[in-house]
Design a protein around this ligand. Sequence first.
Ligand code: CA
Length: 431
Amino acid sequence: MNALDLDASHDPNRTSWIEVAAESDFPIQNLPYGIFSTQRRERRIGVAIGERIVDLRALAEAGLFDGIVDRATLSAETLNAMMAAGRPVWRALRARLSDLLRVGGDRALLEMPQALTTAEEATMHLPAIVGDYVDFYSSIEHATNLGRIFRPQGEPLLPNWRWIPIGYHGRSATIVPSGTPIRRPLGQRKLPGAEAPIFGASTRLDIELEVGFFAGPGNALGEPLPIERAREHIFGSVLVNDWSARDIQAWEYQPLGPFLGKSFATTISPWVVTTEALEPFRVAGPTQIPAPLPYLQRHEPDNYEIALSVLLSSAAMRARAIDAAAISSTSFAGMYWSQAQQLAHAASNGAAIRPGDLFASGTISGARPGSQGSLIELTENGAHPLRLPDGDERAFLEDGDEVSILGRCLRDGFRSIGFGVARGRVLSAAR
Ligand code: CA
């Protein structure tokens, strides 16, 4: 197996002249990209470090990245052009940023305080224009759990599952950045024993804990993207909450898969943690039996060690100043199908991938109790509601509930980095 591809930007001893708390998700080893605005700055690309944001447009206009990437790419209102630029540019830009921010590095940014703002002042936006959005189903534990719930009479895992990274095309227009309120969806559902469905507000609103990646340079239409090169086409990752209405989903999903039960909202964390920043946390995924077909065979470790957790707070808890409750914790490292396999599969028929396309992993569930990434699994389809710290119970989400997904990479010998948060609060249904 190949060694990790590390450089000075991953050095755990490197520190920034910008103060960064030990527990911060954004030390100098991370340098995630996002799109922000403030009262005085229209939308632009930023890099998070500690509680500060570096204004890349200001730096580009000062010529600090000349020779690495053109100024227009860094002055854009989305990351799509940077995603298209490709890995050599991403790596050179990261090296340059790290040098501008490190103690003992280039002092040019030190003399440009106007190129820094605070996270508190900033409003975060979607990182990219997402042309296409795909959601996979790549956790074997999750697929098995849901198979048991939705098809109790049959084999939980369908015969194709171990051969194909199963996925569906979702709705890019309803991808929203963290903090955007989530309106409870209306839809058709059929109550047990009823002859006909009814239309109304979902009563089984759920979350799905996922990690997604943004595509970098695409492929030409008709030409597959080989798995050996897949990582060069993955710009970076974000946390994803694929909000799901289980009652709408259960009634509509056969024979063509999820539709309105999932298309009403998908929340993502606003900072894109780059594939370069994740490199120290790259690990081998589980052994796949049977061995996948050759076009899906891994040639290097291609999973990532990311500790994930889900927090829930109700309106009643917030009113009494009770901290959000941790309802799930799991790891991304055990995913059966990797990001590289997902991307190679998505392009294997010659379908064109474009920079900024978003690919979500599917719900991430582990084997032990409390490591499932959805309420339908955690509560066994509502049969065993969760108990909240104030004594209230939850089978599915109530109006006013707020869900936060957190992610953090930890590995001995490396500086820990994190993803920030993907958060959303449930609003009552439209009338
Ligand atoms: Ca999903």
